[in-house]
Design a protein. Sequence first.
Length: 295
Amino acid sequence: MPSTLNATRVAFIGLGAMGQPMAQHLISAGFDVVGFDLSEDAKIKLADAGGRAAETISDAMVGASFVITMLPNGKIVREALLAENACGGLKQNAVVIDMSSSAPNDTRELGLELASRGLRLVDAPVSGGVKRAVSGTLTIMAGGEDADIEEAEPLLKAVGQQVFRTGPVGSGHAMKAINNFVSGAGVLAAIEGVLLGRAFGLEPATIVDILNSSSGKNNATEVKMKQFILSETFGSGFAIGLMAKDIRIAADLAKTLGLRLDALASTADAWDAAQKALGPSEDHTRIIRYVEDHN
């Protein structure tokens, strides 16, 4: 275990399925990680990995130069940082790195509020799921001032394989929403294609093999259809409610920008309906059950 003596202190808020391995990578990279989560088990696990667990969010932030938030949505991020002046104990000019999936316009507003308190914001959501969080190979989309991203980059590279600079604050969250729209649309297209072929008499596994050798190949056909959907294991590690939320963020962003994007709107509606029918905590690959029932 690397020594954290005199190491940069990082407050890590949100030690769930993604946050826990990310925090552990930071510990392995030599950062002094003080974490908080509502789960006592999560805090124990962090301590066992060489980090320190705080009793409150405010305690976790005291003396930290960086804060990483890995929480379900932007509203929770905002509350974690600002409720009861939780961020008041941070070092002056500290960098807040929001790695959650949040609405980009809300992120811009949060950035202004944090700036008024002498803090800087980088929005750096991730793609890759639990598997790549564990392996430290996440793709990171970072929005913010170049100097702030530069300062945050050692932390980002400790948890991710690729760091893309997307533009000003909010642009990382916009890119994450766009990515999950394209991903979610691909899942629906792959499932509907398989169901169509199956109804005609084609073998689902053969359909997927041909798609993966043809122009229909996408992330869903490559890493989800056989592995989680046709096998009926439904264990990708990403909840249907989170997918629905991210795609709705993209649809709402399109509206605020005055764009009519019909495929985006219909995809958002389909995922919203599916998470209401199946429950938001179900694995997102289980959406095939909704599509089958809907027919």
